[in-house]
Design a protein around this ligand. Structure first.
Ligand SMILES: [Zn+2]
Length: 441
């Protein structure tokens, strides 16, 4: 790899832009300035745009010719990183780029500075050669790792739109087999509090006659949790089933049994392993994330009158957060015994995202990736939630959502790493994408 690339990457990596730590606020801004200055240096325009609590980098890198008619391609990446702790598990300091055995090591090398760098570098090389055929719109944020929504707010308000968007912030399940992630699940979060009396009681005097809040809580929760692996029908409304191309991809991915085994997980039911991808890609799921009540640390015989729980529903692609939240609310209320005082509060939510595999940009992107990497990408979904995907979809912007991290890249962990060859490959793929998306004009 070109040594100036390594020097640039080293400089970007050295800025400890940890968004979760207020002590690093200036560093997050310095990383934003680094991206802004890179864009300016290669002939674009860029500025920091203060949105909410944080700075976005918004810029434009014009096509070398026919700028007025060339399509506009948005490129998104994030310049903030996860905290590096625990530091003693790092073999080399997290903010010093190190190269060992064909891997680059550093916090942010895979998620996402190294991948964002590839998008920018490819733009620089094409522009230098007079061969950038699309206008690039740079839209980067510094609060991805803390779930910030400044980029979503920006997209909602930005009237200009774009013909396509490219995101390099993901990975491949297997080395050398790129993946385009078409759909993401949404999320609705609830907090529930139950009260069944003024004060806790002696179970000897009142047990069998007075309502116990923990019983009410668990009874309510069992009305919305999965049975035989699936949520109640009311919570499954609106799902978009897997497309044939997504089903075809399953043969090339690790089996559900393998994934459950590797995670040390216990399958939820006898069909869970076999239906792993249908369940995590195309079904909603509900997880209780915490329960509090009573005094489990001590031997006691108390009848408990107060209990609380937090639970989240992952929405399948196609589902509407308001509809599903309303259905969950109804199921819970219907399961409550008379007299219990229940406070059910809906907290944050994010819609699921769907990108059509038939979008012209996705098809051009698949061809471009095949030319650049030698392998046609698999079309996949992820079970997680990425608010930028539905935000782009609402604007009618088809998105190529992909990346070069590997399961062994230790993303969010000590010794985060990216294969050196994959930086070259990412630059080549970005370059080929920019060239091929010119056909959108
Ligand atoms: Zn990321």
């Amino acid at each position: 790899m070109d040594s100036t690339w390594v020097d640039e990457l080293r400089e970007f990596i050295a800025i400890p832009s940890v968004s979760a730590d207020p002590a690093h606020r200036d560093d997050v801004r310095r990383a934003a300035e680094w991206v802004r200055d890179f864009v300016k240096r290669i002939g674009g325009e860029a500025e920091l745009v203060h949105q909410g609590e944080s700075d976005l980098v918004i810029g434009d890198i014009p096509a070398n010719a026919n700028g007025a008619t060339a399509p506009t391609v948005m490129i998104y990446g994030h310049f903030d990183v996860q905290p590096p702790a625990p530091l003693d598990l790092w073999e080399t300091p997290p903010f010093e780029l190190a190269e060992r055995d064909g891997w680059f090591y550093a916090r942010g090398i895979a998620d996402d500075k190294g991948q964002l760098y590839a998008l920018l570098k490819a733009a620089e090389l094409l522009r230098r050669d007079g061969a950038l055929p699309v206008n690039l719109r740079v839209a980067c944020d510094g609060e991805e790792e803390i779930g910030g929504h400044s980029i979503v707010d920006f997209l909602r308000e930005d009237e200009r739109g774009a013909d396509a968007c490219i995101i390099f912030d993901g990975g491949m399940t297997r080395p050398d087999q790129p993946e385009f992630t078409l759909s993401t699940r949404g999320l609705v979060a609830f907090h529930m509090k139950v009260r069944t009396g003024k004060r806790d009681m002696h179970s000897g005097y009142f047990g069998g006659a007075a309502l116990n809040a923990i019983h009410v809580l668990t009874q309510a929760l069992s009305a919305v949790t999965a049975r035989d692996g699936l949520l109640p029908e009311e919570l499954r409304v609106g799902r978009a089933p897997l497309g044939q191309l997504e089903i075809d991809s399953l043969e090339r991915l690790p089996s559900g049994l393998e994934l459950l085994d590797d995670a040390g997980a216990t399958p939820m039911d006898p069909k869970a392993a076999e239906q792993f991808y249908e369940r995590t890609w195309a079904e909603p799921s509900l997880d209780v994330n915490g329960i509090r009540g009573g005094k489990p640390d001590f031997v006691n015989t108390t009848l408990i009158v107060e209990a609380e729980a937090r639970f989240t529903i992952r929405l399948a692609p196609g589902q509407d957060p308001d509809t599903i939240a309303g259905a969950a609310d109804n199921l819970i209320r219907a399961a409550l015994p008379d007299g219990a005082e229940v406070e059910l509060v809906r907290e944050n939510s994010a819609p699921p995202g769907i990108i059509s595999p038939d979008a012209h940009a996705v098809q051009l992107g698949m061809d471009a990736f095949e030319r650049a990497t030698g392998t046609r990408p698999l079309l996949v979904r992820v079970g997680g939630t990425l608010p930028i995907i539905p935000a782009l979809a609402r604007k009618g912007i088809p998105t190529i959502n992909t990346g070069f991290a590997l399961p062994e890249s230790n993303v969010h962990s000590p010794n985060e790493r990216l294969r050196v060859e994959d930086v070259d490959r990412a630059v080549a793929a970005a370059s080929e994408l920019y060239r091929s998306l010119a056909a959108l004009g």
